[in-house]
Design a protein around this ligand. Structure first.
Ligand code: NAP
Length: 264
């Protein structure tokens, strides 16, 4: 801080610097669009410093521009989370740069839908690698800095498909169901260290992922959704905002379906 002659101004200036240092640091994967973008924007609005991760540098740059314009704090770190070594290095670099890592939102995910009879080894492996293996890698790298800070909030994005199963999604449902057991295990291993771990299982949310399903599929699913509409990315983001907050310290090892009642 530059030398300051006016004590009151000095205090204000020092306070704002301290606030910057004290900001909780959050990594959000899949932050370039859809649910991840909404989560990143919400966490930034709530005063977190958000590390934006996805493959598309351009997509992330657009999100950064929006967060900057709204007065938030963020940085862009493009990464293919299917590359375990790159993802591990990214998490370690974030913790090293900021001296802390408080919140990890494993949101990025993909589908490669087809019936089991036609599913290739590649379709299975790709989905398991991106949706499940990456979460293992990121969590393993994140817990050390979280333990050092005696605080951590891990939120993994599952799906109602991982709870109920869904025809055409054997690979996807398996990856999302596995996240539930994985997350409960982290919660048990890390609970005494101030680290919570939960799954949010969205139902049908309006993003690129559901856009490809077409109007006929969406119309067919609507009668099964008690609130009779698709969800919005912001509605997932508000659940993440709560789970990642300081006040959610007694909420762990849970799977919360944010699905308009679909899986109930
Ligand atoms: P989306 O619109 O398809 O966006 C996926 C995000 O993941 C993008 O930011 C994408 O960015 C990123 N991504 C994909 N592969 C990646 C990779 N290899 N490395 C790094 N980033 C990668 O998906 P969404 O609908 O927002 O879904 C977000 C999460 O919610 C997913 O885990 C999904 O399974 C889950 N979910 C969604 C719904 C729904 O109805 N939308 C329902 C249940 C669960 P790049 O392409 O730039 O890499």
């Amino acid at each position: 801080m530059a030398f300051c002659r006016i004590p009151a101004l000095c205090r204000i200036s020092r306070h704002s610097e301290d606030s910057a240092i004290d900001k909780r640091v959050a990594i959000v994967t899949g932050a370039s669009r859809g649910i991840g973008r909404a989560i990143a924007e919400r966490l930034a609005r709530d005063g977190r410093h958000v590390v934006l991760v996805a493959r598309s540098a351009e997509g992330l740059a657009a999100v950064k521009t929006a967060i900057d314009a709204a007065g938030g704090s963020c940085e862009v770190r493009p990464c293919d989370i299917g590359d375990g070594a790159a993802l591990n290095a990214l998490v370690e670099a974030v913790a090293e740069t900021h001296g802390r890592l408080d919140i990890l939102v494993n949101n990025a995910g993909i589908t490669r839908d087809t019936l089991l009879l036609r599913m290739t080894d590649e379709q299975w492996d790709e989905v398991i690698t991106v949706n499940l293996r990456s979460v293992f890698v990121a969590c393993r790298a994140a817990i050390r800095p979280m333990m050092r800070g005696r605080f951590g909030r891990i939120i993994n994005l599952g799906s109602v498909s991982g709870i109920t199963g869904n025809a055409g999604q054997a690979n996807y449902a398996a990856s999302k169901a596995a996240l539930i057991g994985f997350t409960k295990t982290i919660a048990k291993e890390m609970g005494a260290k101030g680290i919570t771990a939960n799954v949010i299982a969205p139902g049908f949310i309006e993003t690129d992922m559901t856009e490809v399903l077409g109007e006929a599929v969406k119309a067919a699913v609507l009668p099964n959704i008690p609130v009779r509409r698709l969800g919005k990315p912001e509605e997932i983001a508000s659940a993440v905002a709560y789970l990642s907050s300081d006040e959610a310290g007694y909420l762990t090892a849970q799977t919360i379906a944010v699905d308009g009642g679909l899986a109930s």
